[in-house]
Design a protein around this ligand. Structure first.
Ligand code: GRF
Length: 192
């Protein structure tokens, strides 16, 4: 599992026994990530790989891939990981990287998806789970769930409602992923 932030999705995954049993390690690019504390409380091995310790994104991605591979993991689940992974990383785990994004992709890709949906004035946004490929937030889509934007929403209230959906959706899909019931066949998603 790769995580940079508060780790609420990571927590939902840790709390799912069938997923927890398969987590080899939590890796973060931020030593202060609350996600690391959650991993520690669950007795899961942890590593920090900082971008600043590397020459460029390729070198960072290569270290990250080594750390993941050395943990024994065969697949990677991104849970609020805020760094772009270069093909150097993606090629090491082809079709075996899952991500969750707080919008209905392809709408509002990028780091500030919740703010962007509000600024655009749309009535509905949501959550997307997808496989990761070379293009940021553009890999094959596994599932999407809508979240309506309501009168008076600000980024905080909207993101909280989005995360409630994430915490139900991601564990179910990651459960299928670790069981081998969710995978990529070429560009085609084969799911439960
Ligand atoms: C989530 O909303 C996820 O969609 C996005 O980053 C956020 C991470 O939140 N990729 P958390 O760290 O899981 O609480």
């Amino acid at each position: 599992m790769l995580a940079s932030g508060s780790g609420t999705n990571l927590q939902a995954l840790i709390d799912t026994a069938e997923v927890r049993a398969h987590i080899t390690m939590v890796v973060s690019d931020r030593p202060d990530a609350a996600a690391l504390t959650r991993a520690e409380e669950a007795d899961i091995p942890r590593r920090v790989v900082q971008f600043a310790d590397h020459l460029d994104r390729e070198a960072f991605s290569a270290t990250l891939a080594d750390v993941v591979e050395d943990s024994g993991a065969k697949g990677v689940v991104l849970a609020g990981f805020m760094r772009v992974l270069s093909p150097v990383f993606v090629d090491r785990f082809p079709g075996r990287i899952l991500n969750i994004h707080p919008s209905l992709l392809p709408a509002f890709s990028g780091a500030r998806a919740v703010e962007a949906a509000l600024a655009a004035g749309v009535e509905v946004t949501g959550v997307t789970v997808h496989f990761v490929d070379y293009q940021v937030d553009q890999g094959p889509i596994v599932a999407q769930v809508e979240v309506p934007i309501v009168e008076g929403d600000d980024p905080g209230t909207l993101h909280r409602r989005i995360q409630e959906v994430e915490h139900l959706l991601y564990p179910e899909l990651v459960k299928a992923f670790v069981k081998g019931d969710l995978y990529l066949d070429g560009a085609r998603v084969v799911g439960p």
